[in-house]
Design a protein around this ligand. Structure first.
Ligand SMILES: NC(=O)c1ccc[n+]([C@@H]2O[C@H](COP(=O)([O-])OP(=O)(O)OC[C@H]3O[C@@H](n4cnc5c(N)ncnc54)[C@H](OP(=O)(O)O)[C@@H]3O)[C@@H](O)[C@H]2O)c1
Length: 340
């Protein structure tokens, strides 16, 4: 496993991370606690030391499961969580924050769902402090290695948010600062205050952050980049066929990306990588993860992992360094593939 320093923090984290959204169950058709804990343990046993979770993943469930799995190994792990998506703070949200979407326990929903509640982007200092205390409890720890603002709240001055994050770092409750789902100008503003990590969607078929220069911004400021959904929600493993039936509440059930026509395009693209994968002894999923971490020298791939087999398979990709011309060839082939 390759390890890289998070920003300038002195924290070393594995290039392949355990993305803990799916084990929260929310938007992923439910979760099974034992399989999730086994998956986390298998990840740790295979060299993964970085876990990315969030309070919103299952409304506390993902953090609770991570908290159970890290008992006895906390000091060897790098725990990243988030703040700024609130769902149970109607009194704060009223007139403040930015409405994000309606959700129920299973996933996003519409206003007419009787079980719907509102999820807000909300980054006021007092809310961040309260959120961190709740996360520490669920994670059964007394510090968070990386705290990331989950979504950006344009109703709160960034300086106020940053003041809270810096105070938490001074108190030792968090060790480094990250942001997520931020526009380039927002990332630039965070950089001025000392950003360690930016977390954005990035995969072979989602390369917006290369086009809008966020990756360049990270490089100029020695900021780590966390690629979320590096397998495009599993699409790029090549294991999802048109016959796959997703569980109720699994976000993939309604995404056009998982419609038959697109799945066939993905399969045709992956077929073009067959020789490269075979020469390197990799599955398609491993090749895609290796491509991701080969794209920037401070890149980490946050792979969603649901069971021990996926943990072991994905971790292996964290040992692979692909030649630069291979990384470029894969990118060009994807550009020509017409995958949405
Ligand atoms: N900051 C944000 O707003 C944000 C947003 C999204 C994600 N994230 C982070 O990024 C992480 C990963 O994102 P993601 O879960 O969307 O996507 P992903 O890594 O692109 O895909 C994960 C899914 O692919 C399948 N998979 C993974 N490894 C596999 C393997 N070896 N073989 C076969 N299937 C495999 C699993 O689903 P099945 O087994 O069910 O097919 C898994 O749940 C999240 O957990 C979270 O930490 C952050």
């Amino acid at each position: 496993m390759i390890y890289r320093q998070i920003g300038n923090s002195g924290i070393d984290a594995s290039v392949v991370a355990f993305g803990a959204w799916a084990i929260g169950g929310w938007m992923w058709g439910g979760t099974e606690e034992k399989a999730s804990i086994d998956a986390l343990h298998a990840a740790f046993d295979n060299g993964i030391n970085l876990v990315d979770t969030a309070p919103a993943y299952g409304f506390g469930r993902s953090e609770e499961i991570v908290g159970k799995a890290i008992t006895g190994r906390r000091d060897k792990l790098v725990i990243a969580t988030k703040c700024g998506l609130v769902w149970d703070k109607k009194e704060w949200a009223a007139g403040k924050g930015v409405f994000h979407f309606f959700s129920n326990e299973k996933g996003s929903t519409t206003a007419d769902d009787p079980k719907a509640f509102r999820v807000y982007k909300y980054l006021r200092p007092e809310s961040i402090i309260t959120e961190v205390e709740a996360s520490l409890k669920r994670l059964k720890t007394d510090y968070i290695d990386i705290l990331q603002t989950h979504w950006q709240d344009e109703s709160t001055p960034l300086d106020d948010t940053l003041a809270a994050l810096i105070k938490l770092r001074e108190q030792g409750k968090i060790r480094s600062i990250g942001c997520s789902n931020a526009a380039p100008e927002q990332v630039a503003a965070y950089c001025k205050a000392g950003l360690d990590v930016d977390q954005e969607r990035f995969s072979l078929v989602d390369r917006q952050v290369e086009k809008n220069k966020i990756i360049d911004l990270c490089r100029e400021n020695n900021v780590s980049f966390f690629a979320y959904s590096p397998l495009a929600n599993g699409l790029l493993t090549g294991k999802i066929t048109p016959e796959r039936k997703f569980a109720e509440g699994d976000l993939r059930a309604t995404r056009p990306r998982f419609a038959k026509e697109n799945l066939l395009k993905v399969s045709a693209m992956l077929e073009k990588f067959k020789d490269i994968a075979q020469q390197n002894g990799l599955t398609y999923g491993q090749l895609i993860i290796a491509w991701t971490i080969g794209r920037y020298e401070k890149m980490h791939a946050l792979c969603g992992i649901r069971n021990a087999n996926q943990a072991a398979e994905n971790a292996k990709a964290g040992e692979v360094i692909l030649a630069k011309d291979v990384v470029e060839l894969i990118a060009k082939t994807a550009d020509a593939s017409g995958i949405s």
